[in-house]
Design a protein around this ligand. Structure first.
Ligand code: KG4
Ligand code: ZN
Length: 335
């Protein structure tokens, strides 16, 4: 059987990315242009600026990917693109680029859900085995997803308010750190100890849902109360205490889901999967559960990229799923 080559295109937020993946598992090229520097001074992603950067970058990144791959477009089997969720203006750039490429070259078009992409980043590390549970933690999402086979996604728990990454970014802002704050809090947390007892939102017994807004408010209140009493709380103590609370809930619920669903694998996905504390806490817990294999992608595949879109697209392409020229960016797409 001849090799399969899928091009992935991702523009849902603030990364313009194009990748080519061989046989769904092997990265041929993975080009990512980050816009973080342009959004930093606004303390978050500005949608209009994101769209403009994508327009400027997309053809450059596309040409760079094809040059690095040293392969003609005609050798591709399909174009896979993020349909949603994300910023509508940002999504539209990738979707229209993918449609134009597919139309001009007579290639099949495959649409991919951004979160399915994050989950399939794991297939670039190791073959997936089912059933599995994916812990998806990013700036926009916090979800536990049960997969009984390829392409089957059942959300068994999700955040009821802030996403984990969003909570990280807001707490970081309170502590005066630049956007995105996750990596800064992560670094600071390792310099302090979790001496402050912050809340953990377990919710109803048995629930796999999450809630981080109460924790975020607790951190902000702790800072303000200390200021009023002219006390100073070490930022590393706050960061460590906040991180301990987030990780405790994420890890406990993931381990419980893994046991209840009797899964073969647990896979980690999304930008917050880059968190060192989360990675080591999950590793420690699953060392005690030897029947469940834990997969954690390298940092470059945790944050937004197009290799994960191509990896997911490869499976959907094999299943015969096709998008047509009516494909549109869908900011609220459900998995
Ligand atoms: O998946 P992603 O790149 O974009 C979305 O689809 O949201 O995730 C970005 C999020 C940001 O909130 C960022 O602060 C967070 O991931 N993040 C981290 C770490 N690295 C990135 N959060 C905690 N610890 C980290 N090391
Ligand atoms: Zn993402």
């Amino acid at each position: 059987k001849k090799d399969q080559f899928i091009m992935g295109i991702e523009t849902s937020c603030d990364e313009t990315a194009v990748s080519i993946v061989k046989n769904g598992r092997e990265i041929v090229v993975n080009v990512v242009a980050s816009q973080i520097e342009s959004h930093k001074r606004f303390g978050g992603v500005v949608p209009e600026i994101a769209s403009r950067h994508h327009v400027e970058q997309i053809t450059i990144i596309l040409e760079e990917a094809l040059k690095q791959a040293a392969m003609p477009i005609g050798d591709l089997d399909a174009i896979a693109v993020t349909e949603g969720p994300g910023l509508v203006g940002a999504l539209l750039i990738g979707v229209n680029c993918a449609k134009a490429l597919a139309f001009a070259n007579g290639l099949p078009l495959v649409s991919v859900h951004h979160i399915a992409g994050h989950i399939y980043a794991n297939r670039l590390v190791k073959e997936m085995e089912f059933p599995l549970i994916a812990l998806v933690v990013s700036g926009g999402h916090t979800e536990l997803v049960y997969m009984k086979e390829h392409g089957h996604f059942e959300v068994i728990g999700e955040t009821r308010d802030d996403a984990a990454g969003e909570a990280y970014d807001k707490v970081a802002r309170t502590l005066g750190m630049p956007y995105p704050g996750g990596p800064h809090i992560d670094r600071l947390a390792h310099e302090g100890s979790p001496a402050i007892d912050l809340p953990r939102a377990w919710l109803e017994p048995g629930s796999y849902d999450f809630s981080f807004s109460g924790l975020k408010s607790a951190v902000i209140n702790t800072v303000h109360n200390a200021e009023q009493r002219n006390e100073i709380i070490a930022p590393e103590t706050l960061a460590a205490s906040f991180q301990a609370s987030v990780i405790d809930v994420l890890v406990t619920k993931t381990a419980r889901a893994a046991r209840e669903y009797g899964v073969k694998q647990v896979v980690l996905a999304g930008g917050v999967a880059a968190n060192k504390g989360l990675r080591s806490a999950l590793t420690a817990v699953f060392e005690e559960l030897p029947d469940t294999e834990l997969i954690i992608p390298p940092l470059s595949l945790c944050t937004d990229n197009a290799a994960m879109i191509a990896a997911a697209g490869s499976i959907f392409f094999e299943k015969g799923q096709r998008a047509d020229m009516t494909l549109n960016g869908n900011p609220g797409l459900e998995i």
